[in-house]
Write a protein of this length. Structure first.
Length: 61
């Protein structure tokens, strides 16, 4: 039995708390990157521009 299953219904509230804690900051970061780099963009282009060619390739592969 996994840890989540053994915790029962109590873990449901932790999941509800975790979702906004990860989704909202990620949405803000993507919005900021999109506004700073107009035109055709995507995850691989952003990584290539800000972190280098190797990371851009690995994120698209």
């Amino acid at each position: 039995m996994t840890v989540t299953a053994s915790a029962g219904f109590r873990v449901f509230w932790l999941w509800l708390l975790a979702i906004p804690c990860f989704v909202i900051p990620q949405a803000i970061a993507v919005t900021e990157i999109t506004h700073s780099d107009p035109g055709e963009c995507g995850l691989s282009r952003w990584n290539e521009r800000y972190l280098g060619n190797r990371v851009g390739f690995m994120s698209s592969w």
